[in-house]
Write a protein that binds this ligand. Structure first.
Ligand code: HEC
Length: 102
């Protein structure tokens, strides 16, 4: 019985050590921001609803930190000076919808 408990607690340990990326972000708020600020430019380059930029086979973003980095880069292009919370919200939305990094 004791051993089983130990195994159980070991198995759940990594979950508590590594929070999901953008766990603090609010995906709903991110989706709204994304619609307001991000899609029109992506559409102008990729057509459709612009989401191809995230789903194309040769997309550039390969992990959560690269996603955070790219959001910051596009934010700089926009010169809208998003707050860190905004970037976290955008990250939460894009990760939940397209990238699904763990
Ligand atoms: C002025 C145009 C423009 C705006 C505005 C813009 N982007 Fe981008 N974004 C681009 C371009 C161009 C690329 C593709 C870069 C490449 O493929 O080399 C890109 C790529 C990206 C990618 C990487 C896609 C991949 O390949 O995995 C992410 C993530 C992203 N943008 C997020 C955002 C977010 C979030 C916003 C709004 C805050 C935003 N972008 C606003 C032009 C823009």
């Amino acid at each position: 019985m004791k051993a089983r408990l130990l195994i159980l607690s070991l198995a759940t340990l990594p979950l508590s050590l590594h929070a999901a990326p953008f766990a603090k972000g609010d995906a709903k708020a991110g989706e709204k921001l994304h619609k307001e600020l991000c899609t029109s430019c992506h559409i102008s380059r990729f057509g459709g609803d612009g989401s191809k930029i995230y789903t194309r086979p040769d997309r550039r973003v390969k992990n959560a930190s690269a996603l955070a980095q790219q959001i910051a880069t596009c934010n700089t292009m926009l010169a809208t000076q998003l707050f860190p919370e905004d970037e976290a919200n955008l990250g939460a939305y894009l990760n939940a919808t397209f990238y699904k990094f763990k």
